[in-house]
Design a protein around this ligand. Structure first.
Ligand code: NAD
Ligand code: UD1
Length: 336
């Protein structure tokens, strides 16, 4: 059985679908601080399969222990964590406590139950701002905000655990920019409040929840002056987790993979493709750069392709079409 922490969240829910479709038994642990149980009902609807859900906080050691005592867990995919960069700057202790503290509790319980195989959600943000794209896994890392530092610290903690006990097998997955939704339109990204990220912002402008997209800067040294990122369809990303799980079934120690497409798209590429697929324009205006943003950020995805046999196949049109289907069917997300 696979324990999915943060399984009610955006990437977690899509990964649950792929795990269930591939025949895995799963159980989900989530405190629902940034998600709804409805997402898990939808996962059951899509797959026609049932699984246990524990509303447990990773800061609750006994709660995690109960999940392990009641289930035969062999693998953990660890998504649970807070992820808003701006909030992490304002509330660093909350981020270190939740992300790092929560992970330490999880790892302690895993050790107790002799479960030593874990896939961890890291982020491309660990490459920091010192090296030019494309980012390859061997580059030195340097996080530039508290959120990024929690990811980098957890990577180091996992490497130290392996150094102390070679029975562990650990995959650190550095995601680039996950977007899109399941093709059923039943699950997708449902941020609380005003979105920080580009794709959910565009999609809320498209359905009239927000008036106008602010494009942060048109004077970058890129093809059209707007920021370039490596957007990966969330279902491709979910499939990457199954490949990583297959990998750590063998004795591999610690392995690190970028999950991206290797293709950079600008903000204007995103807006124009979204408008084309939607069939009407997206209202936007240019504003100042957002502090902390880089001009270009994209993966060298070749290691995951070589060693995991993972290659993202879904196109930018697919990402936009699936986002539109989800957003139009769920204008206010899971809250109805
Ligand atoms: P999400 O917020 O939708 O999902 C995270 C889930 O974890 C939520 O359901 C939340 O309720 C849960 N959670 C948070 N703290 C918890 C705790 N203490 N105990 C139990 N559950 C807790 O975010 P997501 O986009 O699905 O991201 C999943 C993971 O991937 C996160 O670790 C995130 O940092 C990482 N990541 C995300 C992105 C991205 O752009 N979405 C990029 C890189 C890395
Ligand atoms: C964000 C996070 C980063 C995380 C990554 C993965 C920040 C500062 N960084 O980065 O840590 O790893 O997501 O998902 O939050 N844009 C606009 N208008 C908007 C929103 C975004 O023009 O309203 C632009 C940005 O300037 C950027 C691009 O769109 O060029 C993508 O932005 P976003 O979706 O926030 O992702 P990242 O900046 O890559």
């Amino acid at each position: 059985m696979v324990l999915v922490t943060g399984g009610a969240g955006y990437i977690g829910s899509h990964t649950c679908v792929e795990l269930l479709n591939a025949g895995y038994d799963i159980c989900v642990l989530d405190n629902l601080s940034n998600s709804c149980e409805e997402a898990l009902n939808r996962v059951k609807k899509i797959t026609g399969k049932d699984f246990k859900f524990y509303k447990v906080d990773l800061l609750d050691y006994e709660g995690i222990d109960k999940v392990f005592s009641e289930n035969k867990i062999e693998f953990v995919i660890h998504f649970a964590g807070l992820k808003a960069v701006g909030e992490s700057v304002a509330k660093p202790l909350m981020y270190f406590e939740n992300n790092v503290g929560g992970t330490i509790n999880l790892l302690k319980v895993m050790t107790k139950y002799n479960v030593k195989k874990i896939v961890f959600s890291s982020s491309a943000t660990v490459y920091g701002d010192k090296s030019p794209a494309p980012y390859v896994e061997t580059l030195p890392c340097a996080a530039i905000n508290p959120y990024g530092r929690t990811k980098l610290m957890i990577e180091k903690i996992l490497q130290d655990i392996y150094a102390s006990d070679n029975d562990w097998d650990i995959a650190l997955l550095r995601y680039f920019n996950p977007v899109g939704a399941h093709s059923s339109g039943l699950i997708g990204e449902d941020p609380n409040g005003i979105p920080n990220n580009l794709m959910p912002y565009i999609s809320q402008v498209a359905v009239g929840r927000l008036e106008c997209l602010n494009i942060f800067g048109n004077d970058y040294d890129t093809k059209d002056g707007t920021g370039v990122r490596d957007y990966i369809h969330v279902v491709d990303l979910a499939i990457g987790h199954l490949k990583a799980l297959d990998k750590i079934k063998n004795k591999v120690g610690v392995v690190i993979y970028n999950l991206g497409t290797g293709q950079g798209y600008s903000v204007l590429d995103m807006v124009n493709t979204y408008s084309k697929v939607l069939g009407r324009p997206i209202n936007y205006k240019f504003v100042d750069r957002r502090p902390g943003d880089l001009a270009e950020y994209y993966a060298d995805p070749s290691k995951a392709e070589r060693e995991l046999g993972f290659k993202a196949t879904r196109t930018l049109e697919d990402m936009c079409r699936d986002t539109i289907r989800w957003q139009e069917g769920n204008k206010n997300g899971y809250r109805g």
